[in-house]
Ligand binder design. Structure first.
Ligand code: FAD
Length: 359
């Protein structure tokens, strides 16, 4: 094999919020590390030039409840919930402020075992590391469930990750699938210009108007402490009544039907035989962890996850996972949750590097 270009105690893969929070803790512990990020600009998902999110996207909790460790996200003048652009600016400033060593763009294609280290293979080189933190998020792996007749439907099908705004759907009949916050927000966005129908597998649960996303994140943390990781995820499905969603409710469009039974060529059919013609179906059905680069380590279980103890792979203890969901730390796929889990992961890494002495 070609010699590695550099050797570090820790290589962090991914420079979004989870990777930056990991970097913050590693810098404080004076670890020798580098962050490799696939994007040209800072911010991970919040960098619009990469993820292409829609105009109306906002956080579901106020700035002070959406901060990474070390420095608060400033409030955005006149806004209760920060806009996505504001989050991107905060993350870019965060990276500069702590002088986090991010190399970009570097896309990591594989992590493999080598003599005495893990080897991280990227688009611009190879790095050796005593520990690897994977913080690649989920945006690169949109999930669309299989559904009877899906290939039959001649209209357009797209996922949250493809949605750029309502304009192209003006006057069209759009079915929005999903019972979470993205579905509710995109439905609200589309309903301004299109004929929308909302469907969800389970009854949709709305939070009271005065309650924002922070209760979901706190709830997830409480569940994780009390009942083990994974129990908080169900609560995170609850919908936060951000202003656009409230407006949609007031206009009567926020009513979900059960999931349809199958597609037809021109629309969808429910179990009771009722039919609906549609021009497009928007799948707001979530994401899966972007973990392809870890395939060479052969750690996946049948669900496509890597068994972990805390954040650490059970079968490869030099590998740590940050930011993929409750299974890698309570609400770890949110800004506050990623910060918390990053701290826990780094504490274990530093303990290990120092030969078992606590951080
Ligand atoms: P990302 O932000 O996705 O960053 C991952 C980084 O890793 C990217 O820069 C990517 O390029 C890089 N990467 C991926 N694969 C590789 C590779 N192989 N090699 C190199 N680099 C790689 N969270 C909240 O706290 N509040 C909210 O209100 C909120 N709203 C959301 C709304 C939507 C529509 C979505 C999709 C998410 C929302 N989130 C929210 C969650 C959001 O995912 C987190 O805020 C956060 O962006 C996740 O951080 P991350 O670093 O894990 O992943």
């Amino acid at each position: 094999a070609a010699p590695a270009d550099a050797e570090y105690d820790v290589v962090v893969i991914g420079g979004g919020p989870a990777g930056l929070a990991t970097g913050y803790h590693l810098s404080r512990a004076r670890a020798d590390y580098v962050i490799l990020d696939g994007q040209r600009a800072p911010g991970g998902f919040w960098d619009r030039s990469w993820s292409g999110y829609w105009d109306s996207l906002r956080l579901i909790s106020p700035a002070e409840h959406s901060s990474l460790p070390g420095s608060w996200m400033p409030t955005e003048t006149g806004q209760e919930l920060p806009s996505a652009g504001h989050v991107a600016e905060y993350l870019a400033a965060y990276e500069r402020r702590y002088e986090l060593p991010v190399r970009r763009p570097v896309t990591v294609t594989g992590v493999r075992r080598a003599e005495g280290a893990l080897e991280v293979v990227g688009s611009t080189g190879t790095w050796r590391a005593r520990h690897v933190v994977s913080a690649t998020g989920t945006w690169r792996r949109p999930h669309t469930p299989d559904h009877p007749g899906r290939d039959l439907f001649e209209g357009r099908q797209l996922h949250t990750a493809d949605y750029r705004g309502p304009e192209e759907f003006a006057g069209r009949r759009v079915v929005v699938v999903g019972g979470g916050n993205s579905a509710a927000q995109l439905l609200a966005d589309l309903a301004e210009v299109a004929h929308t129908t909302w469907v969800a597998r389970r009854p949709v649960r709305f939070l009271p108007d005065h309650v924002d996303g922070r209760v979901l994140f706190d709830e997830a943390a409480r569940y994780a402490e009390g009942a083990g990781p994974g129990r908080g995820a169900a609560r995170l499905g609850d919908i936060v009544m951000v202003p656009s969603v409230r407006r949609a409710r007031d206009r009567g469009v926020l009513v979900a039907r059960p999931m349809f039974e199958r597609f037809t060529r021109t629309g969808v059919v429910w179990a009771d035989g009722s039919e609906l013609e549609a021009d497009a179906v928007l799948w707001c059905t979530g994401f899966r962890p972007a973990l392809d680069h870890l395939a060479p380590l052969e750690l996946f279980d049948a669900d496509g996850r890597i068994p972990v103890d805390g954040n650490r792979s059970v079968r490869e203890p030099r590998l740590h996972l940050v930011g993929y969901g409750d299974w890698t730390g309570a609400a770890s796929d949110t800004l506050v949750g990623a910060g918390r889990t990053a701290g826990a992961a780094v504490a274990r890494i530093i303990e290990d590097l120092r030969g078992g002495r606590p951080h």
